[in-house]
Design a protein around this ligand. Sequence first.
Ligand SMILES: [Mn+2]
Length: 379
Amino acid sequence: MLKVNDRDFIDKDFKDSYSIIKKSQKILVWGDEDADGITSTIIILRTLNTLGKKAHYFIPSRIKDGIGLVERKVDLFLKKDFDTFITVDCASVNYELIKKIKLSDKNIIVTDHHIPYKKKVEKVPYINPYLLSSKKFKNLSGSGVSFIFSLYLLKKFKIVKDYSQSFFYDPFNISLAAVGTKCDKVKVDKTNEKILKYYNGIFYHIPFLRELEFDETNLCGVFANSKTLSFKNPLVEYILKENYKKSFYLFLKDAKRKIENYKKRIEKYLNEIEKKSFEKEKYILIVKKNIEYKYTGVLASLLSKKYDKPVCIIGKKGKNFGGECRFDSENFNWLDTLKLFENYFIGFGGHKKAAGFEINSERIYEFVNEFNNRLNSSK
Ligand SMILES: [Mn+2]
């Protein structure tokens, strides 16, 4: 069991969150479309339900809306009768939209584990390990943050007497926190170790996962690939309603099959690509016209780790081609590197470690030549 005490919740943000939730009539939980985002959403919804609070959720579609608070959807929800937003696993960096929500006379509580780069917005509680005092919370995933927040709330609302009762109050929530922790691949420190102990519980709470012989990889895959469709997220819907009927079984079966196919595809492409040797190159740039764009990021990431070099893979993207470039190193910047070639691109963007571009098929070989001339032929 994870042992916490009042000192772990000493920051004013906890108390302020409590006051906000206490007077809230209708809450919107704003999640994130990945494994710890989805599990966080369910954890907070279950907790609010225990507290007797009316709550709904929204998980933006990463493809259609983006990540975190996104203006179009914020505007839409500001028109509805929610008086409080609670973000989970996101929004630490959405300063302007947080201000917008505050200006509309609504409350917002940010719960997240991503690094904030500026000062917090005034009068907004942030439950974020980077901003909290307790060192125990340092490496929590988004779902870990939601879970410790729920430990606090259950005691504060006097649903339980102490934190150990809080911990075991909703065993499903511990398992969900463990799934998010595992799938988000956060550092396994003492706190996370204690949460991860309850990982196997998920197979008891959702017996279909056991029947369908899910393992860690495809379990994380299913939680990370539950896509929002017309404001609903299938996995959240099934789990929250504890609707363990045939349709849920079929949903899981289909999701597992898709993930396994994806994995097979990736392995096949890696085999094809690695027929060539990359020992000499400083930068690896590969054009694979038969590979669909959606695989290029994962492939580039796997290869860059394996060869410890910057890697870019170009694949088919609609009627054009798209490249995804990866390298996890502090001394390298893919975005700056791509800027050198921007004349070749229809568009490009990203950040240091991951960037991408779109290119017209006629220009690919010109680009590849110049890329190799400038970056791979020297010495
Ligand atoms: Mn997340």
